[in-house]
Design a protein around this ligand. Structure first.
Ligand code: PHE
Length: 340
């Protein structure tokens, strides 16, 4: 067995030195590691060996060695191929084709852009905001004083310096009110963090899209109109929604807007906790304390705010059953979205 492995190692080294492109490398990989390759043949040979443990170890280190050398060569060849293309291209060429698969946009990026375009067409500006914020932005400016029990709903990651990872995009409300004053229409997508235990519909890192509209005579019917318009554009049809009362200290009245689960069609499945409905968009009329804290004249203006669950929306939009797939980094799963 030992001799055979040594011979194979030598012949592999010789063949590898001659490999000139990725196709040849793939052929070599199949020859050694493929189903009917030399590795399989070695494994079969184990049957006739007395010291199976020692032989098994030898085979394993042969396998690890071959795999590592192939991976190393693959990276080198890949870089060579790209560099050759770059050298050939006289100037920047956006259509540069890569020898292997290209990346694709993440479904959350696609969903974000789609929703942004819809709100933009309705006169909303798009704002960006930090992921690390202070207690003031995330809680106090939102009518959640220290020791308020509502803080328990958002299991927060605190940093050693007293700042925290924002638990919701509402953390940007105050700064945006101060930046623009009233009237104001803005949406602000962002990554949020909560110390949640994960399952098919919960993650410790997820995306929301906050929206605010502040003007004279804004009421809950404006809110419902904007949400329904957005959802029917995203799903290309009239979407069933339901409003339930919901409690958030920064809105009064507050609601939970649920949409019919697109994955099971409302029959109940793990993605919707078997209820047929998915909580998609908590919302409500902005609490006067919050408006005042943002410097808005509450005698003149009212407004609504919503916190659209972008991750949930992307799940519904693309039929993704498990929220954890978004962060899995599995290129195979994510590459399906290339053509969308
Ligand atoms: N920020 C709230 C949350 O994530 C959602 C929300 C936003 C509720 C805006 C009402 C208005 O829990």
């Amino acid at each position: 067995m030992k001799d055979r492995i040594e011979a194979l190692t030598a012949s592999f080294g010789a063949s590898l030195a001659e490999v000139a492109d990725l196709d040849a490398l793939e052929a070599l990989r199949v020859e050694y590691l493929g189903k009917r390759g030399h590795l399989t043949e070695l494994m079969k040979g184990l049957r006739d060996v007395a010291d199976k443990k020692a032989a098994g170890q030898l085979i394993n280190s042969f396998k690890v060695d071959v795999e590592a050398k192939i991976a190393e060569r693959e990276t080198a060849l890949y870089e060579e191929a790209i560099n050759a293309q770059i050298r050939r291209a006289k100037k920047y060429n956006p259509t540069l084709t890569f020898p292997r698969e290209m990346g694709s946009y993440h479904p959350i990026t696609l969903a974000t852009r789609e929703v942004e375009a819809i709100f933009e067409s309705m006169g909303f500006t798009i704002e960006n905001y930090a992921e690390i914020v202070g207690d003031y932005e995330c809680f106090e400016a939102l009518n959640i004083p220290k020791h308020h029990p509502a803080r328990d709903m958002q299991d927060t990651y605190y940093l050693e310096n007293g700042q925290l990872l924002k638990t919701h995009t509402s953390a940007a409300q105050n700064a945006i009110m101060k930046k623009y004053g009233a009237p104001l229409r803005a949406i602000f997508p962002g990554r949020c963090f909560r110390n949640e235990s994960t399952d098919a519909c919960h993650e410790n890192t997820f995306f929301q899209m906050e929206g605010m509209m502040i003007d004279e005579n804004i009421s809950i019917s404006n809110l419902i109109y904007f949400m329904k318009t957005m959802l029917s554009e995203v799903f290309n049809r009239d979407v069933k929604v339901r409003l339930r009362p919901g409690f958030f200290p920064f809105v009064e009245p507050g609601f939970e807007l649920d949409i019919n689960c697109e994955i099971c069609g409302g029959d109940g499945c793990p993605s919707c906790k078997n209820s047929g409905w998915l909580e998609l968009c908590p919302c409500g009329m902005i609490h006067p304390n919050v408006l005042r804290e943002g410097g808005i004249d509450t005698e003149k203006y009212t407004g609504f705010a919503f916190g659209l669950g972008l991750t949930r929306l992307a799940m519904m939009r693309y039929g993704i059953k498990d929220i954890r797939d978004f962060n899995s980094g599995s290129l195979k799963a994510l590459s399906q979205f290339k053509s969308i």
